[in-house]
Design a protein around this ligand. Structure first.
Ligand code: SF4
Length: 302
């Protein structure tokens, strides 16, 4: 993914839950920031008053809402309606798993929203912001479901996945007060997607939709560089890997996870950090457990 400097930098605001850092929003913020847009983040609240105050003061051109839970759709609709009633004219977009799969339903409930950014959002966001800045036809943005002026919904084709995850800037964590925490803990991602196909899970359909790889890996060097930055510059010593399945699938993934562990062990944070990851129990093997334990150098809890 090539990030070009924006011709017309915009004021952008991202709104969502912020448990465990909300890396989805923070990757979007970092990408928009790398293009020169000003970015900010606000925690979602059922009470629209705080958000209205912030939006009236900062006057963002774009507000992106992260809608993670389907059952929260009506609450997001109330908050976005309140923004509109307060006179907010910013472009309002929604993103996340549920809006990606059911964008028409979401736009029918959330009347104040202009668009849904579907599936992996970074590249679509950059194109959308470029259109909004130039005043060109944002409704034609690839990867977007758009509400047109006459109320009709326009469904654009989905864009291809970003091929190299290392090309995406690290999440923007500037406002997270790790330093004030008793035990500074950061969420981190080493990969995106999972090739397994568990009946109850939306991960595979989410990544399958864009016709790309079912699981993409960051390079171990990039993962460890981000961890070293968080350790040295932000005091983080506990890492929560948010990967859908850290060991999916087979020898390729185990080798990758082992390479991450070896790189950490050989670096200046080896033995100083602890970590947590999730995987299917049938992927565990004694050799990979042994290699991963070197990440913390202490113990392994399962
Ligand atoms: S292994 Fe986990 S992430 Fe992968 S499909 Fe199954 S439940 Fe989803």
């Amino acid at each position: 993914m090539l990030i070009k400097k924006a011709e017309a930098p915009l004021q952008t605001l991202f709104v969502g839950f912020q448990d465990q850092d909300n890396l989805g929003l923070r990757y979007l913020m970092a990408t928009a920031g790398a293009a020169g847009h000003h970015t900010d983040i606000e925690t979602f609240s059922d009470d629209p008053a705080v958000l209205i105050r912030k939006v009236m003061a900062d006057k963002p051109d774009f507000i992106g809402f992260s809608l993670i839970f389907q059952f929260m759709t009506a609450k997001f609709a109330v908050v976005i309606d309140a923004l509109r009633q307060a006179g907010v004219t910013a472009h309002v977009a929604l993103g996340g798993h549920y809006p990606s799969f059911d964008p028409k339903e979401v736009l029918s409930v959330v009347n104040g929203a202009d668009s849904v950014i579907r599936f992996e959002g970074e590249a679509t966001l950059l194109d959308l912001l470029a259109h909004l800045g130039r005043g060109t036809a944002w409704q034609e943005t690839e990867g977007l479901m758009a509400r047109l002026d006459d109320g009709a919904i326009r469904e654009n084709r989905l864009r291809k996945q970003i091929m190299r995850l290392d090309d995406i800037p690290w999440p923007d964590r500037g406002d997270i007060a790790y330093e004030r925490s008793e035990r500074p803990t950061a969420a981190i991602l080493g990969s995106r997607g999972c090739p397994w196909n568990c009946d109850f899970c939306s991960i595979r359909p989410f990544y399958e939709a864009q016709d790309g790889a079912l699981r993409r890996l960051r390079s171990p060097g990039d993962v460890v560089a981000e961890m070293r930055h968080l350790y040295h510059d932000r005091g983080v010593a506990l890492f929560l890997f948010q990967d859908d399945d850290f060991l999916a699938t087979g020898a390729r993934a185990r080798n990758w996870a082992g390479d991450v562990a070896d790189l950490i062990a050989d670096s200046d944070i080896g033995g100083k950090v602890a970590w947590k990851m999730s995987c299917r129990s049938d992927e565990l093997r004694p050799d990979i457990i042994r290699r991963l334990i070197t990440l913390s150098g202490r113990r392994c809890r399962m």
